[in-house]
Design a protein around this ligand. Structure first.
Ligand code: ADP
Ligand code: ADP
Length: 239
């Protein structure tokens, strides 16, 4: 089933030419969808429009049959809880522990960092411990995030997204700062999450070979337009 419909999205930043031109596609529940394309193609802009970090100039996005671009207040906050995000540079709070960073995902932007543990129920803490264990970073649970490797930091990012029970996780170049081995581990976790939890993964990538290996579907973006939207097997030497 379709979880999100994106229709006729146009975007230009103030004073610039169009960065996204009439972008339309459907996103299915539980799929791993890769978006590939050169730097500047508009991949990151597209992800940030999906969770409304930025607004398009025109177009429609329907998520679970609701129009997201007109959502306000509580509906908007709930939509953002349903759509988690991870980043190339992890966006963790370096001086806090893995445990605190993951719990922090639960409160989003509202939380005060002081007394963070007292703000959570035992059930929430147990859930954080469980998710940290699923990501294979239990040994690091009390380590400060600035002591971790890049691959471990990205696993904390995934755990922080998962604690909100998202329907979709947007991944903006999640492996662009990682070595090949850590990249493989991260992509395998993302695929496993889609399979085991039926969470949709939308992942911006540079490398076609990685996209082919881990995706159910690949969208090619070039200069703000979709040039390809198909299963990996359909990519031939000419495309
Ligand atoms: P990608 O993720 O594929 O590298 P981006 O979405 O980051 O592409 O960028 C697409 C285009 O939009 C680029 O030309 C970039 O310079 C421009 N751009 C991105 N963010 C901004 C911004 N905040 N203000 C103005 N232009 C921007
Ligand atoms: P409640 O339903 O208890 O009134 P809210 O509507 O304020 O709570 O928030 C619902 C959820 O959305 C909370 O888990 C909160 O952390 C999360 N949230 C609120 N704003 C944002 C945001 N801008 N980005 C991500 N998550 C958010």
């Amino acid at each position: 089933p379709v979880i999100m419909e994106i229709k006729n999205i146009d975007k230009s930043y103030s004073g610039s030419s169009k960065v996204l031109k009439d972008i339309s596609f459907d996103i299915r529940k539980g799929e791993v969808l890769s978006i590939i394309g050169p730097s500047g193609a508009g991949k990151s802009t597209l992800l940030r429009i999906i969770n409304r970090m930025i607004e398009p100039n025109s177009g429609v996005i329907r998520f679970q049959d609701k129009d997201t671009l007109n959502m306000k207040g509580k509906a908007l906050r709930h939509m953002r809880t349903d759509i988690g995000m991870i980043f190339q540079h992890y966006n963790l709070v370096d001086r806090l522990s893995v445990f605190e960073n993951v719990l922090h995902g639960r409160l989003g932007y509202k939380s005060s960092l002081q007394g963070i543990f007292s703000m959570y129920s035992e059930a929430e803490k147990e859930k954080a411990v469980e998710i940290i264990s699923e990501l294979g970073i239990s040994e690091q649970i009390y380590s400060r995030c600035d002591e971790l490797s890049g691959g471990q930091k990205q696993r904390v990012g995934i755990a922080r997204a998962l604690i909100q029970d998202p329907k979709i996780i947007l991944c903006d170049e999640p492996i662009a700062s990682l070595d090949p081995n850590s990249s493989r581990i991260i992509m395998e976790y993302l695929r496993r999450i889609s399979r085991e939890k039926d969470i949709t993964i939308i992942v911006n990538l540079h490398q076609l070979d990685v996209a082919k290996q881990y995706s159910d579907r690949i969208i090619g973006l070039n200069d703000g337009s979709i040039v390809f939207n198909d299963v990996p097997e359909a990519i031939t030497a000419e495309s």
